[in-house]
Write a protein of this length. Structure first.
Length: 258
């Protein structure tokens, strides 16, 4: 439930820096903006991928948004992209993310035994970001696996939209598109819903989320109108492109100080 999320999120609207952990450039910009607006609650989001490293016998984790949804980088490519700043690793994030910043780890794709991968991931996240992170993904099966391993971790599911009593989403799995009855997701702690221009649709979806004491996160906030709607719905946080945050800050600050 919502109480499982980091305490600051229960007290203040969170500014989610979309893809902040995906590249060195994004991370630097997000760190700078978070420092500039230290009175706000900042949350860095990244798309986590993985591969099994035969040399070490462990999994390596890196942040990267698959171009098609199924892209899996080799160790050689990760090293190459990391050098150029196009990819950062989980280790990079551990050393670079400011202590007061929260994190959303959005699970994507990888290679190797998924259960063993998540065993290692949970240990690393709890050791370095305990009380500061939650896990989000489009994949219900990934969330179920994390939930079975550690029920203390807050979990949210990313969705295209909620219509009636069903959640619709697209995942980098097979089948890629599926619908789920909301009553079958009672074990989740939050929902990340994409904001389309159909304000009525997201208003109805948010009513379900709030009525069941789940956290509401809204993505694709590209306009002031969408932001004001998101705040009016009582969302715990919203996804923003870091480059856009400055133009939204006056609205968010007014909401924080209201």
């Amino acid at each position: 439930m919502i109480a499982k999320f980091p305490e600051p999120l229960l007290e203040q609207f969170g500014i989610i820096h979309h893809k902040a952990l995906n590249t060195r450039k994004n991370l630097k910009k997000a760190v700078d903006v978070a420092a500039q607006y230290g009175d706000q609650l900042h949350i860095f989001e990244g798309d986590l991928c993985w591969y099994f490293n035969e040399a070490t016998g462990k999994f390596d984790f890196y942040f990267f948004h698959p171009n098609i949804g199924f892209d899996r980088l080799s160790a050689k490519k990760v090293a190459k992209y990391r050098k150029s700043g196009a990819v950062i690793t989980l280790e990079d994030a551990i050393s670079a993310v400011p202590e007061k910043v929260l994190l959303i780890i959005e699970l994507k794709v990888g290679t190797g035994d998924l259960s063993k991968c998540f065993d290692q991931l949970i240990v690393e996240l709890q050791a370095n970001f305990s009380g500061r992170f939650w896990i989000d993904t489009f994949s219900k099966s990934q969330l179920e696996m994390i939930y079975a391993k550690d029920k203390s971790i807050p979990l949210s599911i990313h969705t295209e939209r909620i219509i009636g009593n069903r959640l619709l989403t697209v995942v980098p799995e097979w089948p890629t598109f599926y619908t789920t009855k909301l009553c079958d997701l009672a074990w989740l702690d939050g929902f990340s819903i994409r904001h389309w221009d159909n304000f009525s649709s997201i208003t109805h979806a948010s009513k379900y989320v709030k009525r069941h004491n789940k956290a509401l996160f809204v993505s694709r906030i590209f306009t002031k109108k969408r932001l004001k709607h998101c705040l009016a719905l009582g969302a715990q946080a919203g996804y923003f492109e870091t480059k856009d945050i400055q133009k939204f800050i006056p609205i968010i600050q007014a909401h924080t100080n209201a």
